[in-house]
Design a binder for this molecule. Structure first.
Ligand SMILES: [Fe+2]
Length: 174
């Protein structure tokens, strides 16, 4: 039985969120290495730092519930990370790759926003005020980071990719 009640369901999605934070923290350095634009590198470095804070908050939530922290494979995040490996392998380091990686970073944030939004709501429903507060704090940070990435993409990163042509022999500008 995956879940018999809301509390079980909450725990299951908390485990997905915990695994997601861990996967992102582990994989981001590889993604940061592939970035060209300094602004994007800084944004990604900030994201990676946040993962540690978010994981610690999840551990506090487990502690509040008197349960040991546990992770359940977050396949959505795993799939996005596997796409990142393909992008880095097949697109030269360029504004085009930066554009692809920022789309991917938004996808990661969206997965986290869904999870934290649902978890915060379920915690409120069950009267777990302290837990809901912790999750709402993370949710607000995920939303702010998502918006910052979108602004960076629209105003700076995506326009740089216009006119670039990926080539097996390196990047050429049309
Ligand atoms: Fe996070």
């Amino acid at each position: 039985m995956l879940a018999e009640n809301l509390s079980d369901l909450f725990q299951r999605y908390l485990e997905f969120a915990y695994d997601g934070e861990q996967q992102i923290a582990k994989e981001m350095p590889r993604i940061i290495d592939a970035v060209s634009a300094a602004h994007l590198r800084t944004a990604f470095e900030h994201s990676t730092e946040q993962c540690g804070t978010h994981a610690r908050r999840i551990e506090k939530v487990f502690a509040c519930l008197d349960r040991a922290a546990a992770a359940e494979t977050n396949h959505a995040i795993r799939s996005i990370m596997s796409e990142s490996e393909k992008l880095i392998k097949h697109i030269d380091r360029s504004p085009l790759l930066d554009t692809a990686l920022i789309i991917l970073a938004n996808e990661l944030r969206h997965n986290e926003i869904v999870l934290y939004g649902a978890l915060a709501s379920l915690a409120r429903l069950q009267g777990w005020g302290e837990i809901a507060g912790l999750l709402e704090q993370t949710l607000a940070e995920e939303k702010a980071a998502d918006e910052a990435l979108t602004n960076l993409a629209v105003n700076l990163i995506n326009p740089e990719a216009v006119g670039f042509q990926n080539s097996p022999h390196g990047v050429v500008i049309i």
